[in-house]
Design a protein around this ligand. Structure first.
Ligand code: PMP
Length: 358
């Protein structure tokens, strides 16, 4: 820390993103990226933008916003494209939270929420997940605080039905409820269709997972026009050109090729179910994931050891060293070939431990 660093950030503990190693080629299952490249349409369209890079991007994201609105069945005024959904979430904490308007979220959920609170001076309450890692929605009924719920949740992968989330939204009419749907395309119910009925509901989604664009940084928020206007006030006060020309074009091209991406999602879901079955056969405990990752506990091997042993065999997964989940690892779903390499590595580790052939 330099002697100039502002005291307002002195206690800030930044979010730690998953590793993006350069030194060795890993089977990379640690940051929930899609294993499939974007469709070819995207490359053509993005290339057309290169000669135009001397010009700023459209701050209103008109074309992309129109396509997104049509895709989601809402109006353009209900959508705000952002630099990854992290930015949409940050805008929401900035716009709706402060010392008097706290946020509530699960104790085991996306690790960026407390960081967004800390940097924006937002107080927060962590509500423990139940013993089986499910979110106890009764804990959120009428609590009179802003709420953020990841659905499906991360890193557990567990999804809640829309009807139950609607009850949380309806029971907190004077607070904003943010539903973070980063993983919704892999088999959960979206709350987007509820935004016309609730002026306190904000939904965020991303192109990073289901649409193979993690490296382009594109996400969006959906909500009533007034909530989106508040987010726009924050956006125009920080970075009006938050989505660059190439990314905007890439996002629009992805929506034009929706069939390709949704087929990939189905493939990933099928691979996830295959990996889950194989891991259960090996004695692993797993949550019921509706995402592009599994959250699993190995029999007789600690989470940290399993992470290290997999890494030594060239497979990178994510281990969170947090009290209730330290025995678990989060494993992103790659191609069937990648997952067979992962399963081979797991069998090898268990064999070495037990001295028997699994
Ligand atoms: N929400 C959740 C639950 C996530 O896991 C992630 C990915 N780290 C994000 C939001 C943000 O993703 P992105 O900024 O790439 O859209």
């Amino acid at each position: 820390m330099s002697r100039f660093f502002s005291g307002k950030y002195a206690a800030l503990e930044p979010y730690v993103p998953g590793e993006q190693p350069r030194e060795r080629k890993y089977v990379k299952l640690n940051t929930n990226e899609s294993p499939y490249p974007p469709s070819t349409l995207l490359a053509e369209r993005v290339q057309e933008q290169c000669p135009l890079l001397n010009l700023y991007s459209d701050p209103e994201c008109t074309v992309l916003r129109g396509k997104l609105a049509a895709h989601l069945g809402v109006r353009a005024e209900n959508v705000l494209p952002t630099n990854g959904s992290d930015e949409a979430l940050n805008f929401a904490f900035m716009a709706f939270g402060d010392g008097e308007h706290p946020f509530a979220f699960a104790d085991i959920t996306y690790g960026f929420y407390p960081v967004f609170c800390a940097i924006n001076g937002v107080s927060y309450e962590e509500i423990p997940l139940r013993e089986d890692f499910s979110i106890g929605l009764a804990d959120y009924a009428g609590i009179g605080k802003n709420i953020v719920i990841a659905n499906p949740n991360a890193p557990t992968g567990i999804a809640l039905p829309r009807a139950e989330l609607e009850r949380v939204v309806a029971s907190n009419p004077d607070s904003v409820v943010v539903i973070d749907e980063a993983y919704v395309d892999f088999g959960a119910e979206s709350c987007v269709s509820l935004i016309d009925r609730y002026d306190n509901l904000l939904v965020t989604q991303t192109f990073s997972k289901s649409r193979s664009l993690a490296g382009a940084r594109l996400g969006f928020a959906v909500g009533c026009a007034e909530l989106i206007a508040d987010l726009n006030t924050v956006k125009y006060s920080t970075n009006p050109y938050n989505v660059n020309r190439m990314t905007m074009t890439a996002g629009a091209a992805a929506l034009d090729d929706d069939g390709y991406y949704m087929a990939n999602c189905r493939e990933i879901a099928a691979t996830r179910d295959y990996v889950s079955r194989e891991l259960r056969k090996l004695g692993f405990e797993l949550t019921d994931s509706r995402t592009n990752f599994v959250f699993c506990r190995a029999p007789g091997v600690s989470g940290a050891e399993m992470y290290a042993e997999l890494r030594a065999r060239g497979v990178l997964v994510r281990h969170f060293d947090k009290p209730r989940i330290t025995d678990y690892n989060r494993v992103s779903i790659g191609t069937r070939e990648q997952m067979d390499l992962f399963l081979d590595a797991v069998r090898d580790i268990l064999n070495q431990r037990g001295g028997t052939t699994v």
